[in-house]
Design a protein around this ligand. Structure first.
Ligand code: QAP
Ligand code: CO
Length: 165
């Protein structure tokens, strides 16, 4: 296993659109294991392959306290079930140190493949629904800061650039 480097906003590589996984083989399973190790090491609850500069549709999530309940989503898609919204203070390992409220659909149906390549469906709500949408955004080259006003986004960009000097 390996801990991988996480790209940080405003790196243009985070804008890359991920391609579907063609076959869930050992190489993809190695990628998943490395993503989980990287996410746990960074104290994250979700990580998309895009964030480690691998542009394939792979997501790992673990909302559990004991960090022993990984959820793997390969080639995920979702549809919105109703018009209820849910607001949550989101963060991102690619936007370290910043948390801002984002509003997203509260109820979705998700379809994906698991670590073994088997298709599954789930109807998450609460934080899990938020997290899945946040990570699918990454696969489409989108970040949570894109849901904020341009003013807030630019302030975050400038602060991150300043901190890096
Ligand atoms: C996405 O984000 C998420 O700035 C996952 O200093 C987050 O794991 C979806 C993290 C919240 C919904 C709600 C961020 C850790 C972790 C930071 C993360 C930081 C340390 C972010
Ligand atoms: Co993120």
């Amino acid at each position: 296993m390996a801990i991988l480097d996480i790209l940080e906003f405003p790196d243009p590589l985070l804008r890359t659109v991920a391609k579907p996984v063609q076959s869930v083989d050992e190489k993809i399973q190695q990628l998943i294991d490395d993503m989980l190790e990287t996410m746990y090491a960074a104290q994250g609850i979700g990580l998309a392959a895009t964030q480690i500069n691998v542009h394939r549709q792979v997501i790992v999530i673990d909302l559990s306290d004991d960090k022993q309940s990984p959820l793997v989503l390969i080639n995920p898609s979702f549809r919105v079930l109703d018009d209820e919204a849910f607001d949550y203070q989101e963060g991102c390992l690619s936007v370290p140190g910043f948390f801002e409220e984002v509003s997203r659909p509260a109820h979705i149906e998700v379809k994906a493949l698991g670590r073994d390549g088997e298709p599954f469906e789930l109807i998450p709500d609460g934080l899990l629904a938020v997290c899945i949408q946040h990570e699918i955004d990454h696969l489409n080259g989108k970040l949570f800061v894109d849901h904020l006003s341009a003013l807030k986004r630019d302030r975050i960009k400038q602060k991150i650039k300043k901190d890096r000097r």
